[in-house]
Design a protein around this ligand. Structure first.
Ligand code: TRP
Ligand code: ZN
Length: 885
């Protein structure tokens, strides 16, 4: 908590550090009621910072200073200045050593930043600015140092003592304590520091690198979870191999460790050689984790492992460059997941997520560029824009340069900047130098916020046999950015003739056709491209694979969308055509509902889904994706003013119609899938995952018929499934059904069986929090009193409060504002416990401009109440004040 209003930090004020820290020697003495941290820092004046010896300003928060010395001379209170955020002292030489001792209280740390305790073990989270809660330091990523860390603790309670790098010494002390020393040979910024002390078990494996070195791999957990690590270990080995094969990147230490902890603010953290994971992102077993959870583990393990190069070996100069490591690493992990599973399905999932969540962020009060210009609290900038849109920016560079030049660019980047802290400009420069392409205009993707619109029109000249596509781009104003310059928008496209065959693509002026799918770079506000030799008026398939993060519009008729759905050679665009068709049909229903007309569903949507369901050649995962109607959140994002109730009623009506009309087809496909599940042992492989996703979405439609035979099938699946994917889906379907007795029975049985498994109980909370039936808020309030709920555990907060506010639109947006009041109460409580989590939970309230005037006023009222509630963390203050501005 702060004593004055938080200050805004600007990129334009960046200065190189006045001093550098060549070596950092840390000693931790861990006790139950406090811990001691001794730091010896070997410092020198930064030659790049100019002449003279300015004061040394060290960061430090919530540290009790016990002793301080410079070059072995103890300093007294007159020799330094200590505030609640800094320690300032005056060096006398260009090279000197600072020794400090501080007392800290990990046992009371509920913010989960710095050193804290989770389920009895000590662990750390230092990104972005947590290290300053451990010791006085230059806590900024452009200060890179060699760390040596000794930790001591009671041997019985904390038999395992870990830190970054290699273990170099250990020993016992007389009083039942023991110690270990770790040395990290690589220079690193403080945000990559980690330590762990606890009673942990591990599984061990090894990996032989491309140059023939053997690396020891270990994943540590609390003993009861030792049986849930194999999938994480397999994912790690696949990631290591993939990074060698696709990027030529080899692991660099002799040991790589992962530790699973139960209390963690985010997914995981890439600390050098010692990744710390939210247990939800590394533990997986078929009995307790769904297919989606297995895939998340695979993706997050890969993400953190890939950071070893994109983040650690080459790190960020300052936090404005966060997307340098995060955007690049998300792009890398997405490509890895695409290679491990179905590429098209992975892309569909990522695009659906980006369009619903990141587009909403880009349209809201916290909109910011991929490389922000300013922030108050950096923790608020670990956003969908930095991560997901940042990854799209990297994907566009990949698309524009081609795989080969992109790889040359990344090789050059790693080679040129190994061991350095650099900027997004440095990255782009390497891509330019390797490819010979000028990316000056492209860099606007880093500096301009907001989601561009791309309106496309076509015209066909039957006489000249030419076909012209005209693109008009614009980008709405965002906070601080009234007017935007045109972006470089890569548009991958193809042209389909009346039989659905792709036409060769020759642009006016070209001597020969260049394939049947190609990328046009739209660079102007308005720009036309004319194709020649086009025999008939074609139908364009635009933005294939979602080649740019824009809102594209083309005046497709519904029959044209149906045609694309059936014929497009691009799997992503087949799905996309189906989504656009569904959006049109659902928007029509929303209009009918708003005018109090009888709802009438366009039959073409039913027929389209009928042919998808009947197509036994189509990948079941694609069938499942195509059967999924656009989410309520996406329909809300597309609306000028989101009519929550009409959207919900319209979508539910469409689902019931689909269920009724396609019942027999759904039923036979369901039964075939379930039969296959019954007769095969579970595996988290692509084919089985695809089958289960079709089975589960079919079940959710079938249940809308409210028939006894479906209820029996659902209960059979719930009772007898040999895996959590089927069991949880059956539970969710029951929870959303009107069968109250069966629902209560299933929930009780599930909770009884899994009450000791925290991650499964998270699922149990989420399923109920997301249920749109009336009384949702009361159910959530009741669940907050359940013994398994705990406001101090971020996973529980996300599972119950987060799921309610983000996925249960009808209940959260109740007309009387009780949902908003509930969320504001939780944010106020969380602000005092864990500011990062408090600030994240606030997000739905920041979107108040999307709703009708009554809801707007209610939401604003709650934001104002939070603002007036007392001393706010910088995290919550920034989001609330920007939302009200
Ligand atoms: N660098 C981490 C990742 O993306 C992000 C992260 C983990 C983080 N824990 C955090 C960011 C806590 C802020 C605060 O992999
Ligand atoms: Zn990351």
């Amino acid at each position: 908590m702060r004593s004055e209003l938080p200050k805004t930090i600007h990129l334009k004020d960046y200065r190189v550090p006045d001093y550098l820290i060549d070596e950092t020697h840390l000693t931790f003495e861990l006790f139950e009621d406090h811990s001691l941290v001794h730091a010896q820092l070997v410092l020198r004046r930064n030659p790049q910072a100019g002449p003279g010896l300015p004061p040394l300003v060290l960061d430090g928060q919530q540290l009790e200073l016990l002793s301080l010395a410079m070059d072995d001379v103890p300093l007294g209170e007159a020799d330094y200045l200590l505030t609640d955020s800094h320690l300032t002292l005056q060096p006398k030489r260009g090279e000197f050593v600072i020794d400090s001792s501080v007392r800290i209280h990990p046992e009371r740390n509920t913010a989960l930043e710095g050193l804290y305790k989770s389920s009895g073990m000590f662990c750390t989270q230092c990104e972005a600015e947590g290290f300053r809660r451990i010791t006085f330091y230059l806590d900024r990523p452009d200060v890179m140092s060699k760390f040596t860390t000794t930790l001591s603790a009671d041997k019985q309670a904390y038999p395992i003592l870990l830190s970054n790098g290699n273990p170099i010494a250990s020993g016992e002390e007389e009083d039942g304590r023991h110690w270990a020393t770790w040395q990290d040979p690589f220079k690193k910024p403080a945000y990559l520091f980690a330590l762990v002390a606890g009673d942990l078990w591990c599984i061990e494996d090894s990996f032989r690198t491309m140059s023939g070195r053997d690396v020891a791999l270990r994943i540590y957990v609390e003993p009861e979870n030792i049986g849930k690590l194999q999938h994480g270990m397999d994912s790690l080995k696949h990631s290591m191999r993939w990074d060698e094969e696709v990027y030529g990147r080899e692991y660099d230490l002799d040991i790589f460790m992962i530790v699973a902890v139960n209390d963690f603010n985010m997914g995981a953290m890439e600390n050098k050689g010692l990744n710390i994971f939210n247990s939800s992102c590394v533990l997986a077993h078929p009995d307790t984790a769904t297919d989606a959870a297995h895939q998340r583990v695979e993706a997050v393990v890969a993400h953190e492992y890939f950071h070893n190069w994109s983040g650690n070996r080459v790190t960020c100069r300052d936090w404005f460059q966060l997307s340098l490591k995060e955007g690049f690493t998300v792009f890398r992990d997405a490509e890895f997941s695409a290679d491990m599973n179905s590429r098209t399905v992975k892309r569909i999932e990522d695009v659906a997520f980006l369009r619903t969540q990141q587009f909403a962020e880009d349209a809201g009060p916290m909109a910011h560029p991929v490389r922000p210009d300013s922030y108050m609290e950096i923790s608020n900038f670990y956003t969908l824009t930095i991560y997901e849109k940042g990854a799209e920016v990297l994907r566009m560079i990949h698309t524009l340069l081609g795989a080969e030049k992109f790889r040359q660019g990344s090789d050059l980047y790693f080679e040129r900047h190994d061991g350095q802290a650099v900027t997004c400009d440095d990255f782009v420069k390497a891509m330019e130098d390797a490819s010979g392409q000028d990316l000056t205009q492209f860099k606007r993707w880093y500096t301009q916020s907001g989601t561009p619109r791309l309106a496309v029109q076509d015209s066909y000249d039957a006489h000249a046999k030419t076909y012209t596509l005209t693109f008009r781009q614009s980008c709405p104003a965002t906070p601080g950015q009234e007017h935007k310059q045109p972006f470089v928008i890569p548009v991958a496209l193809g042209l389909l003739d009346t039989h659905g065959h792709e036409l060769p693509l020759r642009l006016c002026g070209e001597t020969e056709a260049c394939g049947t799918s190609r990328v046009l770079a739209v660079t102007e506000a308005e720009q036309s491209f004319t194709f020649v030799d086009v025999p008939t008026h074609p139908l364009p398939s635009l933005l294939r694979g979602f080649s740019a993060p824009v809102k594209l519009s083309f005046p497709y008729g519904r029959d044209q969308l149906l045609f694309l759905m059936q014929h497009d050679s691009d799997g992503f665009n087949r799905w996309e055509a189906g989504q656009q068709l569904a959006v049109q049909v659902l928007q029509e229903l929303v209009g009918q509902q708003q005018r109090s007309e009888r709802l009438h569903l366009d039959r073409r949507l039913i027929e389209a889904l009928r042919s998808v369901l009947a197509d036994s050649a189509l990948d079941p995962a694609m069938v499942a994706e195509m059967l999924s109607l656009p989410a309520e959140a996406y329909l809300a994002e597309l609306s000028e003013v989101a009519d929550i109730d009409a959207i919900h009623i319209a979508r539910e009506f469409a689902r019931r119609e689909i269920s009724r009309e396609l019942f027999d087809l759904l039923w036979s496909r369901y039964q075939a899938c379930r039969e296959a599940s019954r007769s095969t042992a579970y595996a988290a492989d692509a084919a089985q995952i695809a089958r289960r996703s079709l089975q589960n979405i079919a079940l959710s439609y079938l249940m809308l018929a409210q028939s006894e035979e479906v209820l029996d099938a659902c209960e059979e699946q719930f009772e007898h499934a040999d895996n959590m994917t089927e069991r949880l889906a059956a539970l969710a379907v029951l929870v959303n059904s009107p069968f109250d007795a069966e629902k209560a029975g299933a929930l009780a049985k599930f909770a009884e069986h899994f009450r000791n498994d925290a991650l499964v109980m998270d699922q149990w909370f989420s399923v109920q929090a997301g249920c749109p039936l009336p009384g949702g808020l009361e159910r959530v309030q009741e669940l907050m009193r359940h013994p398994a709920f705990n406001l101090k555990n971020p996973n529980k907060v996300r599972a119950l409060i987060g799921a309610f506010a983000n996925q249960n639109h009808v209940n959260f947006h109740r007309a009387d504002g009780a949902g908003y009041r509930f969320l504001a109460d939780q944010v106020i409580a969380l602000n005092a416990l864990n500011p990062q989590i408090a600030s994240r939970q606030l997000t739905p309230l920041t979107r108040w401009r999307k709703y009708d005037p009554t809801r707007q006023a209610l939401m604003r009222g709650e934001l104002e109440r939070i603002l007036a509630s007392g001393e706010l963390s910088s995290d919550v203050f920034e989001v609330v004040s920007k939302s009200l501005a």
